[in-house]
Ligand binder design. Structure first.
Ligand code: PMP
Length: 363
């Protein structure tokens, strides 16, 4: 295989509950998983019902063009349906963008400590990653604009960012977009957008009217609770969308996922309940970190990055002690943050179980 494929370090996903139960001799029912920024309420009831109906038609291929889902998204985001690309999760969108716009040897700009899939998608097409040093654990947009080279084809921005939870206000992103050359595609990855407080929300989906090189990426995996179904989508102008749809697998979003996503999109109560739980859980976790004197990065997502020690073994060490107590969180050594752990915000009792286990781990 190509050298650039051999050079890829595999994505490190959160350990599944069953595996941890077996490895540490624990009862699955007692395990708390706060490792993959999933929705602690699980899948909405409305989506379950829609899936039960759609299941009757599983003998047929999915709608390759996602007519109903795109119609619903078009209405929600006030863009024509042919400005939308559906993805098998938004990871698929990130990868489709790399395939559609980057050739082997060309460069892609993204930030240090930004989402791991940007590097994977870049390497997957033999692209050259230009990793820009972070500022305060978040994106330094001025430095990123300066880092764009003649052969740069793509920029990835995560807002809020994973794993650090940092947020970039609208005005700063708009100023950045105004600086980026028109032939460089910018993917604005808003996987955690729905967790933002109303005062931090902005109409990024309407920016694509002004910026022909902008792709806004969203997902149903987080606030909508459909991580296991794999549904994401992109909004961009038709010329960009057309290219992404050429490279996209025709049936990349399955029938159950399409039906569940339409239902979830219309389930305002589910979203509101999740946002409220998240805001309260954030207070619960950060109050405990304050009490323990632990540094954390203020987060705008459904997770918090916390520093659990001053030596480079700290993250892995504390993680292991947590695992033995049946608490799964995410070590972030692969992000160059070996002293930190990323904790997804769960239900109040799940957060409490984690906090108790953390206190024991820090002894
Ligand atoms: N972008 C960011 C910033 C993420 O954190 C994630 C999930 N870890 C994704 C995209 C991809 O999520 P999904 O493929 O489930 O939509």
């Amino acid at each position: 295989g190509p050298d650039y494929v051999r050079a890829i370090a595999p994505y490190q996903a959160g350990k599944p509950i069953a595996e941890v139960a077996r490895e540490f001799g624990l009862d699955e029912a007692n395990i708390v998983k706060l490792a993959s920024n999933e929705n602690p309420f699980g899948i909405p009831e409305s989506s379950k019902q829609a899936m039960a109906q759609a299941a009757a038609e599983l003998g047929r291929y999915p709608d390759a063009n996602g007519f109903e889902l795109k119609a619903a998204l078009s209405k929600r985001y006030d863009v024509p349906a042919d400005w939308i690309t559906l993805g098998n999760g938004s990871n698929d969108i990130l990868e489709i963008a790399a395939h559609a716009f980057v050739q082997k040897g060309e460069s892609v700009v993204f930030s240090q400590y930004s989402f791991a899939v940007y590097a994977l998608a870049t390497q997957g097409v033999g692209g050259r990653a230009i990793v820009v040093p972070a500022a305060e654990y978040g994106h330094d947009l001025d430095a990123m604009a300066d880092a764009i080279e003649a052969d740069t084809r793509l920029v990835y921005i995560a807002n809020p960012n994973n794993p650090t939870g940092t947020f970039i206000p609208a005005a700063r992103i708009e100023a950045f977009l105004a600086r980026v050359p028109a032939n460089v595609i910018v993917v604005l990855d808003e996987a955690y957008n729905e967790y933002l407080a109303p005062e931090n929300q902005f109409e990024s989906s309407q920016w694509v009217r002004k910026f022909p090189n902008l792709i806004v990426s969203r997902t149903f995996s987080k606030a909508y609770g459909l991580a296991g179904l794999r549904v994401g989508f992109a909004i961009a102008q038709p010329a960009v969308t057309d290219l992404m749809n050429r490279i996209r697998q025709p049936f990349n979003v399955n029938s159950l996922a399409q039906a569940a996503a339409v239902a979830a999109l219309n389930d305002k109560e589910f979203l509101a309940k999740g946002a409220q739980n998240n805001a309260e859980g954030y207070k619960q976790l950060t109050a405990a970190f304050d009490e323990l004197g632990l540094e954390y990065v203020p987060s705008y997502g459904n997770f918090v990055l916390v520093k659990v020690g001053n030596d480079d073994g700290a993250g892995a060490r504390v993680n292991l002690v947590l695992l033995k107590q049946g608490v799964i969180v995410r070590p972030v050594g692969n992000y160059g943050l070996p002293q930190w752990l990323r904790i997804s915000i769960g239900l109040p009792d799940e957060n409490a179980t984690f906090i108790a286990a953390l206190k024991r781990a820090l002894g």
